[in-house]
Design a protein around this ligand. Structure first.
Ligand code: ADP
Ligand code: AMP
Length: 225
């Protein structure tokens, strides 16, 4: 395996793909093994909703319906996370950017901070695969660890292996919200693939394999960068 975290090596990455393609699953492996900061806008919104903060209350209806949170709000959250500069080995943006405006704003933020993206990981999977992954997804109400009732079940049904809190189905994994999220992806997020392709940054990854094989394919791309 290539040495991906040698002395002074940093990785500034994005992971993108349709809902349920496996972004979060791969993100967990990448942040652990590359020792980089995970910036997942979806996870930040879910935590804020869980703690019933002002921001959480502001975004709750949109997130649960499967709509996007407005760009200015989302951009401000990412800006704060990047400005913290608490990522000596780099970062992985997961689920951001999702619109052209967000991508342009991200370019501005990176320029200001004198940072560059090393690559954009696109996890590809068919709609049929996504639907069965989303229908079986369960998340921990406490630590947000993700499971699947068939491909990655917890040891005790309905209970998180890591922190023993109950697992739930995300409200936006209900059928009506999934339809909206796929439509939103096709209309607003898919065009970003061309945006990053034109910059020579896009890495297409076959997300139809088991998680370890998907991960190995990503690592191979990183090694050849
Ligand atoms: P995303 O972050 O893209 O919405 P997740 O990583 O949460 O997707 O994955 C969605 C569901 O599919 C989860 O239940 C997860 O356990 C499962 N999953 C993820 N990757 C794979 C894979 N390669 N093969 C089978 N199931 C997977
Ligand atoms: P995710 O966990 O990435 O599937 O995101 C869950 C939900 O959070 C999305 O359906 C949106 O409602 C919201 N969200 C996450 N990231 C963004 C983003 N970059 N822009 C707008 N809304 C977002």
């Amino acid at each position: 395996m290539p040495d991906l975290c040698g002395k002074g090596k940093t990785w500034n990455l994005l992971i993108t793909g349709k809902p349920g393609s496996g972004k979060g699953t791969q993100a967990s492996l990448l942040i652990q093994n590359l020792n980089i900061k995970h910036i997942s806008t979806g996870e930040i919104f879910r935590r804020e909703m869980q703690s019933d903060s002002e921001l959480g209350r502001q975004v709750k209806t949109l997130v649960q319906k499967g709509e996007l949170v407005p760009d200015p709000l989302t951009n401000a959250i990412v800006k704060k996370a990047l400005q913290a500069k608490d990522y000596p080995h780099g970062f992985l943006l997961d689920g951001y950017p999702r619109t052209k405006d967000q991508a342009v704003m991200l370019d501005e933020m990176l320029q200001e901070l004198k940072l560059k993206l090393d690559g954009v990981i696109q996890i590809r999977a068919s709609d049929q695969t996504l639907l069965s992954r989303l229908a079986g997804r369960r998340v921990c109400t406490n630590c947000q660890e993700t499971y699947h009732i068939v491909s990655h079940p917890p040891q005790v049904e309905g209970i998180c292996d890591k922190c023993q809190h109950p697992l739930i189905q995300r409200p936006d994994d209900q059928e009506a919200a999934i339809k909206i999220r796929l439509d939103v992806y096709n209309e607003k997020t898919r065009p970003l693939l061309e945006y990053y392709q034109n910059q020579g940054l896009l890495w297409e990854i076959n997300g139809e394999q088991d998680p370890e094989s998907v991960y190995q394919e990503i690592i191979k791309k990183l090694g050849s960068d």
